[in-house]
Design a protein around this ligand. Structure first.
Ligand code: ADP
Length: 472
């Protein structure tokens, strides 16, 4: 057997191929043909010997050497001449070195794979919690990753359950067609489609489809961005409703002003008394128009977060007494009994004095407006230590509010039809109050009422504004 064949034989027989190849080469250089034959036979013990060598066990080494020596002796060769011991030791050293290197590589790979796994988990969690409706498809157009919002908007289960083909159906066909079309357009491809309400997700959606490509530019899946249009549509609907109502409310005083101005221009108001009446109507309607515009601007500023709140320590008891005084003339005119009941405790809150006064003025003037002549109005302020707030209430013996309108009276422009003859208003006062109390003072506003017997409007304002300084 040739030295090269022996080398191959040992190399194939032993598990650590490359290293064994090295010892076989050493052996082949030192050995004569006969010796090489015996060594080849000894090495033929194969994998078992390899394992022994790889383990580097000294007893096993001795046994292996003994077998090789015996084989050489049978053929009359001397192991020392062949140099088997040195070769085996070199092999063991090399094996140990290679084992260490392999273990280091394995440890490195394990760390890399752990890092990769935790990064993938983080990515999945980030995508999963993203408020955007994200759905990622693989090259076979099957779902591999979704955000919770994306799964919900596409009507598929969230997480692992949603993985796989999109559920069959008309909607899926439309989506998959868009996916294929976008892919056919190459890396810059995009498709946008709107799915009407009534699909699996039962919401109006806009889906943007973009193809994904790997590093070599080959198509490698798609990403879908699913947007819920319902909120946008609702906002749009509310805006147009607001514009329609606002224009209607603005047109009413404007029409009066125009009509009375025309009467004056055309000389229809012939005497002083008639002219005076025209001027008074024009003045009244103009100031109503001004109030309407002011209220609308105030509400939209608060809604847009543009209102500057001048927060100071405000004594609501003191503010109530003063405001009741200023409203007394209107109550007198209707022979109403208006009274302030202010508790003798600390009634200070952290808030904007002017805005809180507007709320009190609104509630008091509503009570005067919607309470018939001779009625009673009680304005009270007390502290509620349980909730840490000051509670202010305006109770009247007026018309009351039907139970199904109790919430509606806080809506923009809402006015109870039958009461319109009783008093003029904008229908914005209570909405503004709600904004001032709830949005700007973290408080609450509410109403209790019994039709025909009266109403009690109340607000509660925290004594200390969250995150603010303690009241001085
Ligand atoms: P307005 O300028 O019309 O008074 P508000 O927003 O202040 O607008 O009030 C909305 C509607 O709520 C009023 O038009 C009226 O129908 C009803 N309302 C308000 N306050 C009272 C009250 N104290 N008693 C009965 N109805 C009231």
């Amino acid at each position: 057997m040739q030295a090269a064949t022996i080398a191959r034989s040992i190399a194939t027989g032993l598990t650590a191929g490359a290293a064994i190849g090295a010892v076989a080469a050493v052996v082949s250089r030192a050995a004569g043909d006969a010796a090489a034959t015996s060594l080849g036979a000894a090495a033929g013990t194969g994998a078992a010997v390899g394992t022994v060598l790889a383990l580097g066990c000294s007893a096993a080494r001795e046994r292996l050497l003994a077998r090789v020596r015996d084989a050489l002796a049978e053929d009359g060769a001397d192991a020392r001449v062949v140099g088997v011991e040195g070769a085996v030791d070199a092999l063991l050293a090399r094996l140990a070195h290679e084992r260490q290197a392999t273990q280091a590589v394995r440890r490195g790979l394990e760390i890399d794979s752990r890092v990769a796994r935790s990064e993938l988990d983080r990515l999945r969690r980030a995508v999963g919690h993203a408020p955007e409706g994200l759905v990622v498809l693989d090259g076979a157009d099957e779902v591999v990753l979704t955000s919770t919002a994306g799964a919900a908007r596409l009507g598929i289960p969230d997480g692992d359950e949603g993985k796989g083909p999109l559920p069959p159906g008309g909607e899926t066909d439309i989506v998959l067609r868009a996916v294929r079309e976008a892919r056919a357009e190459g890396p810059a491809g995009e498709r946008r489609l709107e799915l009407p309400e009534g699909g699996r997700a039962n919401i109006e959606r806009e889906i943007t489809v973009r193809p994904l490509h790997d590093a070599e530019g080959r198509p490698d899946g798609s990403v879908l961005l699913v947007r819920d249009l319902s909120h946008e549509r609702e906002l749009g609907r509310m805006t147009s409703e607001f514009v329609a109502k606002a224009s209607h409310e603005l047109r009413t005083p404007l029409s009066s002003i125009t009509a009375y101005a025309e009467m004056l221009v055309d000389g229809e108001a012939q005497d002083d008394a008639a002219r005076r009446e025209c001027y008074e109507v024009i003045e009244g309607e103009a100031s109503r128009l001004g109030r309407l515009i002011d209220d609308m601007l105030d509400i939209s500023r608060i809604e847009a977060g543009l209102t500057r709140v001048e927060r100071t320590s405000v004594d609501l008891g003191d503010l109530m007494r003063r405001t009741v005084e200023s409203i007394q003339p209107q109550a007198h005119e209707k022979e109403q009994h208006l009274q302030a009941r202010v508790a003798e405790v600390d009634l200070r809150v952290e808030g904007d004095r002017d805005m809180l006064q507007r709320v009190i003025v609104n509630l008091l003037s509503n009570a005067v407006k919607y309470t018939p002549e001779g009625g009673r109005i009680v304005a009270s302020v007390d502290s509620d230590n349980l909730t840490g707030s000051i509670v202010l209430a305006v109770e009247d013996t007026g018309m009351g509010i039907p139970p199904d309108r109790l919430e509606k009276v806080f809506e923009k422009f809402y006015r109870i039809e039958n009461y319109e003859r009783m008093a003029r208003g904008t229908g914005l006062g209570l909405n503004l109050c709600r904004h001032i109390v709830e949005s700007l003072h973290a408080g609450q506003i509410g109403v209790e009422s019994e039709l025909g017997r009266g109403s009690k409007f109340w607000i509660s304002v925290p004594m200390r504004h969250a995150g603010g300084r303690a009241a001085a």
